[in-house]
Design a protein. Sequence first.
Length: 277
Amino acid sequence: MSNEDEQERAQRFVERHFPEVSRFLTRERADMPVYGPTDPFGDEEHTPDVIVRVDFLMSREQITTALGIAWAEIVEGDRTPESLSVVEVRHEVEAYLSVQAFHELDKQMERDRRRTWSPEQQAVMQLLAAAVDRAYPPVTAGEEKSPDLDSIPHSVQVPRYGDGTVTLQTVDRGEITADEPAWCVGHDGEQVVHQADIVHNGPAIAAEYEGVEFLKARIAWAPLGELAPEPYPVAAVDEFPPLDPDQLRELAAEIGAHAGRLYSLSNRLDRLRRAGA
């Protein structure tokens, strides 16, 4: 299917499922001014392969809010809002939008690394990886590469285990063999990542209330990181940064103290309800 056919199908999908959006885009978009991009944005942990451009349809209130958040982080010295150049304003707004997007992607990628993929899900992810290569073919020396689907690496791991070792696929180093801790639950069904992003994970524990899990924690270890290799295993708890044993004990103590505060709050709530207030 050609790019034109795919674009036409996408347009028909939008028109069918989002008629109001479609009418707005047809009627209004051509009349709106377009600003940016000022720079390509990315993160420091992943090597870029392509540039993906997105047009944001934003109100002035949304732009002002984004700039306000960015300003709170960049304010320094005697800088004032009046001193911001046009390019700086546009750059900061675009940077805020990109940071939020990459933050959400990073959280989802971390969740994906820790999950176990069924064979059916693995097959779907492999097809999605092929779809990405069709939609975003890399460009080298001015020429567009034609993706060879047989050479596309699996998007999920099919590890081979040895005596205290595991052999995994990586995005940047191909197949590697690494030490496999006895406490690691294995890497079956994990996504194929860069060597530096390979993580050994222990069994997860979590609090649970009415079927909702929270404060999920496990032992984790990423010894192959290039910028910040972990010499020892750490504790991975929800969205907290990696914790060493002392930090984990401090967190546990705070959770215990907060449990007491919650219990006190329940007693206060009970008294208010009994009093009818």
